[in-house]
Write a protein that binds this ligand. Structure first.
Ligand code: FAD
Length: 389
């Protein structure tokens, strides 16, 4: 087995997770992040039981858990009438059913937990301010080139450089993110600014015609994360641009009073394009492999993007044990592709269901009420029951 380290491009959730996974498999790792610091940007993340299990497998759960919030329930509401359509209790019986809890956190809390865990491993070298510009692969060796600083040589490259990955080109040519017809707005407000009518201890999903809203508390109950998605045409701008509250409110003309009050709370929002990746023809070439959003970015409606990145990393920990880069990469894609492409497809479908209008919306609401939480749990069991082995 080569004694050269693995090179990891990108220090987000997938990159730091992969570093932990590869280190657990007995390899040295050199990680390169373009930002000057491991980014504290982002917003809230829902951490479903499969994500918790992946974090445990990577040895990072202890560092992440203290920063997580324990929400009491998940509520689904009609965004026009305000009626409660579905309630899922997240207590003991949920935990027993799925063998791990459901938590919510801020991306920076997850990232700092992964970072703190990585810093404890001498076999992981972390580099910031190193923007990867290109890679050379083949013959059991791999090299990364940077905007500044000397190239790095290793046995293989794990490309964790996000949805707009530049290394993806090396694997499958130019594949751009696909806009799926939604504008997504994210805001973070202090918990104490949340209107009293809003159940701030829950994860709540509001379903409106041509839009939906999700919110929950984060950062040890200090802040409240709000995400709103609305139907939008081609040419919708955004990768983290500022948007005024008025723009978001205009997307929800028939919102119930409670929902409208909440949407009026943030002074400004950050706007994103609702985009994902099409299924890629391959994830690896020679000894370069894509993981996380670089391989399978998804719309956020199943709240599984970061969790899939963590699952990737925990799977890598198994596959890379005693194996040279390229051989474990092929097996890795074989194990992961079907699951992540189903997540991508179901997230797209959910976007349409969430934004339904007229009779379709009435039928959806009736199904949610009649089906009860048992039906909902059955539908997500294939996601939540995942285990690293
Ligand atoms: C509105 C919204 C809500 C979401 N909610 C959830 C949720 O509830 N639960 C969930 O699981 N997921 C959620 N997600 C998805 C989640 O945020 C992403 O799937 C996850 O962050 C992907 O992690 P990643 O490490 O693959 O990519 P990224 O987080 O994009 O990290 C990529 C890293 O690579 C670095 N990089 C990029 N290019 C280079 C380069 N050339 N050289 C060096 N470094 C580079 C970047 O600076 C960055 O640090 C949500 C996403 C959105 C938009």
């Amino acid at each position: 087995m080569s004694t050269l380290p693995y090179l990891v491009a990108g220090g987000g959730i997938a990159g730091l997770g992969a570093a932990l996974g590869l280190c657990a498999a007995g390899h040295g790792v050199r990680l390169f992040e373009q930002a000057e610091n491991f980014e504290e940007v982002g917003a809230g993340l829902q951490m479903s039981p499969n994500g918790v299990r992946a974090l445990k497998a990577l040895g990072a759960w202890e560092a992440v858990e203290p920063h997580c919030v324990i929400p009491s329930e998940i509520h689904v509401r009609d965004g026009v009438s305000g009626a409660l359509l579905q309630r899922i209790r997240l207590g003991k019986s949920f935990e027993q059913q799925f063998g791990a809890p459901y938590r919510v956190c801020h991306r920076s809390d997850l990232l700092s937990g992964l970072l703190a865990t990585a810093l404890r491993h001498p076999a992981i070298e972390l580099n910031t301010g190193r923007k990867v510009l290109g890679a050379t692969t083949g013959h059991g060796k791999a090299m990364l080139e940077f905007a500044t600083g000397a190239p790095a040589t290793g046995q293989a490259i794990v490309a964790a450089d996000g949805i707009r990955s530049i290394l993806r080109r090396k694997v499958c040519g130019t594949v751009e993110p696909v806009f799926r017809g939604h504008a997504i707005f994210r805001a973070l407000v202090p918990l104490k600014a949340v209107p009293p009518e809003i159940e701030a201890d829950c994860v709540t999903l509001w379903l409106c015609p041509r839009g939906h809203v999700v919110h929950y508390p984060v950062s040890n109950w200090r802040n409240f994360n709000i995400v709103a998605a609305i139907d939008a045409g081609p040419g919708t701008p955004g990768w983290g641009e500022m948007a005024a509250s008025r723009e978001v409110l205009l997307g929800f003309p028939c919102a119930s009073d409670d929902l409208a009050a909440l949407l009026g709370t943030p002074a400004s929002w950050l706007r994103w394009q609702g985009a994902d990746l099409p299924e890629l023809p391959r994830w690896s070439k020679d000894n370069l492999m894509l993981i996380g959003d670089a391989a399978h970015a998804t719309l956020p409606y199943l709240a599984q993007g970061a969790v899939m990145a963590l699952e990737d990393a925990a799977t890598l920990a198994h596959m890379a044990k005693g194996a040279a880069g390229a051989s474990s990469f092929e097996r890795f894609a074989g194990v992961r592709r079907q699951r992540t492409s189903r997540i991508q497809a179901e997230s797209r479908k959910l976007g349409q269901i969430y934004h339904a209008t007229g009779l379709t919306a009435l039928a959806r609401n009736a199904a949610l009420k009649l089906g009860g939480s048992g039906l909902m749990m059955k539908k997500v069991a294939w996601i939540y029951e995942w285990t690293p082995d």
